[in-house]
Ligand binder design. Structure first.
Ligand SMILES: Nc1ncnc2c1ncn2[C@@H]1O[C@H](COP(=O)(O)OP(=O)(O)OP(=O)(O)O)[C@@H](O)[C@H]1O
Ligand SMILES: [Mg+2]
Length: 256
């Protein structure tokens, strides 16, 4: 296991060379970062939960015909994925105003948006992931107009699926971020959903209490992050009390 070649180490995950060409092993760490890594902490159990939650979401997306990089989970912290050429964009889909949308445009957090809004951010840590328009994306060649169309239709399908999934768990999907990649199959290139979808990359509010069940608990120093992520996993039915990585006496509800 330790002889594997490390391809990349990011803030939350490590990528290793996979067992076959065209595959990678995605390892979920316990590190939490925010504000472009200016804030950093290690939160015991977070990687295990994100691996499980992301596995569940990606497997379901595969099952309903939304193409993703996900192949299968390997162990508590690792999953086998297809290697793709990551498109250097963070695609954000918003259903409810929060975060930078609220601060930039002065729209109160929690306001239901008239329709889902898709935003693009240029993936560049040195620049702080600035927001960009389709004009920038095509002018600088980060993605073609056809690829932008494909990315947007994937984003809408993922948003519809996730909104329903979380609704059934009593959770409001406020917004989420996804990454896409180019996957070569013979001579064909296909855009697929890559990276992770987890409480690190979504805003999830309890439907009844509006309590935050996502990385904002870390960004805003609310505490109880692992408990909140465990509760998300428990409500999705993917965490039994016996394999809860934190709570000794079963998952507990997070207090505001
Ligand atoms: N299927 C894939 N093939 C290749 N690279 C991938 C794939 N899925 C995700 N990645 C990349 O792997 C890295 C995962 O690491 P992590 O999320 O920790 O990075 P990060 O510190 O957030 O940096 P980044 O700004 O690049 O996301 C990301 O750079 C992501 O774009
Ligand atoms: Mg990342």
């Amino acid at each position: 296991m330790n002889r594997r070649r490390r391809i990349y180490e990011g803030k939350a995950k490590i990528l290793y060379e996979g067992p076959e060409p065209g595959t990678l092993v995605q390892h979920f760490k316990d590190d939490a970062t925010a504000f472009n890594a200016k804030k950093h902490d290690v939160i015991d159990g977070k990687g295990v939960l994100n691996n499980r939650i992301s596995e569940y979401i990606f497997q379901n997306l595969n099952d309903i015909g939304v193409p993703t990089h996900f192949l299968r989970r390997l162990n508590m912290r690792e999953q086998l994925i297809r290697e793709v050429e990551i498109i250097q964009l963070e695609v954000v889909v918003r259903n409810v105003a929060a975060g930078s949308l609220s601060t930039r445009l002065g729209i109160e957090e929690g306001t239901q948006l008239p329709r889902s809004i898709i935003e693009f951010y240029y993936k560049n840590d040195a620049l702080g992931d600035p927001m960009v328009s389709e004009e920038h994306i095509t002018a600088f060649g980060w993605a073609s107009p056809q690829e932008i169309d494909d990315i947007m239709s994937l984003a809408i399908r993922v948003n519809d699926f996730l909104s329903g999934l979380f609704l059934g768990a009593g959770i409001r999907l406020v917004d989420f971020k996804m990454e896409c990649g180019r996957l070569w199959e013979n001579d064909m290139v296909r855009i697929v959903v890559a990276d992770e979808i987890s409480p690190d990359s979504c805003r999830l509010w309890d439907m009844k209490t509006n309590e935050k069940m996502d990385k904002d608990r870390f960004r805003r120093d609310l505490g109880g992050l692992v408990e909140a992520y465990s509760e998300v996993a428990r409500r999705l039915g993917i965490l039994t009390e016996s394999d809860n990585p934190v709570a000794k006496s079963g998952p507990t509800l997070v207090k505001g």
